[in-house]
Design a protein around this ligand. Structure first.
Ligand code: ADP
Length: 450
């Protein structure tokens, strides 16, 4: 039996069969016992009375007593009465002789006084020694008992058929309901094996229903983990592709310039120019590798320093370093406000340095940069080239540049904001951006004061 439904149906059928058989046998047994008890009560009442003892003087008065009481004797069963003298029948209520001598009769004929039947006897009869060498023998044909048993058996047969049919229908219905959820679970599990998740309908609150709920929760968790894994795997692939691409470009430039230098006879000026290009490409590669190492260190390092950081002093220090570039572009830089926080100073300086370098880098000649220091916040705003709405959500991604070609010209690698964001996350700070293309860009850093 491979199917639960078959097993369930078979078990229910066996159970119905067993119950009906037990009830049937018990009823028939009780009916027989009651029949025997009734016989014994009737014969005792009739043949153990004083009236009976008085009628035992001669055969005729004894037979008259029997016929007078026939209505009581044969009230609800068919009985035969015999009067025997010296072992021979002298009178009987039934024509013809005794078919066979029963154990009870034999015992009385052999000298016993009264013998009654019980359910283990070979016949339902009663024999009594009435004196004067006479024996009264009463035998119940049990025809009524057999008829009753036959009726009861027929009734039970009908009940049996109806019971089996009902059980079959019921078990099919129950097993269908039960196996429906199990089949759904099996289908869901098979789909999950192939990496697909399909919710299972929870149609009950029983064990199977609870199993379906757990299955759904498990599936959702696996799906979420799988999505997260796919996302990480995709970003890893993208990252490797980006790193390769970013490093390949300077390497190609270096290779071609060095080949030209070694293969051609070039004048001192050209050689100087070529070497300057090689030098700048090496710087670029060093910068990228340095930034990548910084990101990797940030990702693995969990220790955060707690020190007093003067934000205004940090901003001034960074702006001093950017002074030459700012002057080249004739930028107007204003710094307002001041504040001190307890946090990781190095990380805050890294963030601010990236924001201020970008503000200088992406401002046009004569542009304005405003640094506003508030209570645990720093806002860096420039009126430079701005960022388009479509680029804005991605600018914190590694290697993301709004304009790839220009990014390279300005020496940008698309890693600065990724580092800034990583630093902000690690110290529990919030880094957000607002911008409008060709109008302004505003970065706000909200520092968690430890
Ligand atoms: P990059 O080294 O290219 O500057 P970042 O990660 O610092 O890399 O910046 C990512 C991109 O975000 C930049 O390429 C630039 O397109 C844009 N961006 C960042 N800051 C500004 C800004 N202040 N104004 C305009 N665009 C900006």
């Amino acid at each position: 039996m491979k199917k639960i439904s078959t097993k369930l149906t078979a078990s229910m059928l066996c159970l119905t069969f067993a119950v009906l058989t037990f009830v049937g046998v018990a009823l028939i047994f009780n009916m027989t016992l009651e029949y025997y008890r009734d016989f014994n009560v009737t014969v005792s009442a009739l043949f153990e009375s004083e009236q009976f003892a008085n009628s035992c003087t001669d055969t005729d008065s004894l037979f008259k007593y029997i016929t007078d009481n026939e209505a009581v004797l044969c009230r609800d069963s068919e009985k035969e009465c015999y009067i025997l003298e010296n072992g021979n029948i002298v009178k009987s209520t039934k024509s013809g002789g005794l078919v066979h001598i029963t154990d009870n009769l034999q015992r009385v004929l052999d000298g016993g006084v009264t013998v009654k039947s019980d359910i283990t006897s070979d016949a339902l009869d009663y024999a009594v020694h009435t004196g004067y060498g006479r024996v009264l023998y009463v035998r119940d044909t049990r025809a009524d008992l057999y008829a009753g048993i036959a009726d009861m058996s027929f009734l039970f047969l009908q009940a049996f058929v109806i019971g089996i049919v009902l059980t079959l229908l019921l078990s099919i219905l129950i097993s269908k309901r039960l196996t429906l959820s199990l089949k759904q679970l099996e289908r869901g599990a098979r789909k999950m094996q192939n990496g697909e998740f399909e919710r299972v309908t929870v149609s009950s609150k029983d064990e199977v229903g609870r199993l379906c709920t757990v299955f759904n929760e498990m599936g959702e968790q696996i799906q979420a983990d799988f999505d997260e894994f796919s996302r990480i795997e995709n970003s890893r692939r993208e990252f490797v592709a980006n790193v390769s691409h970013e490093l390949k470009t300077p390497l190609t430039v270096i290779k071609s310039y060095s080949q030209t230098l070694s293969g051609m006879d070039v004048d001192a000026d050209t050689r100087k120019k070529f070497l300057a290009v090689i030098d700048s490409e090496v710087d670029r590669m060093t910068d990228i590798v340095g930034k990548l190492l910084k990101i990797s260190r940030l990702e693995s390092k969990s220790t955060i320093l707690r020190e007093r950081v003067d934000i205004r002093a940090a901003v001034t220090e960074i702006l001093n370093a950017l002074q030459i570039k700012a002057k080249e572009k004739s930028l107007e830089i204003t710094v307002t406000g001041e504040c001190c926080v307890v946090s990781d100073g190095e990380k805050i300086k890294t963030i601010l340095s990236n924001l201020l370098t970008n503000a200088v880098k992406y401002s046009e000649t004569g542009g304005k940069i405003q640094v506003t220091i508030g209570n645990n916040t720093v806002c860096v705003r420039d009126n430079g080239i701005g960022i388009s709405e479509s680029d804005l959500p991605r600018i914190f991604e590694r290697f993301y540049r709004t304009d790839k070609a220009r990014g390279r010209d300005t020496g940008g690698s698309g890693l600065g904001l990724a580092i800034a964001k990583e630093c902000a996350d690690s110290i529990g700070a919030k880094l957000s951006v607002k911008s409008q293309l060709h109008k302004y860009t505003e970065f706000e850093l909200e520092i968690k004061n430890e």
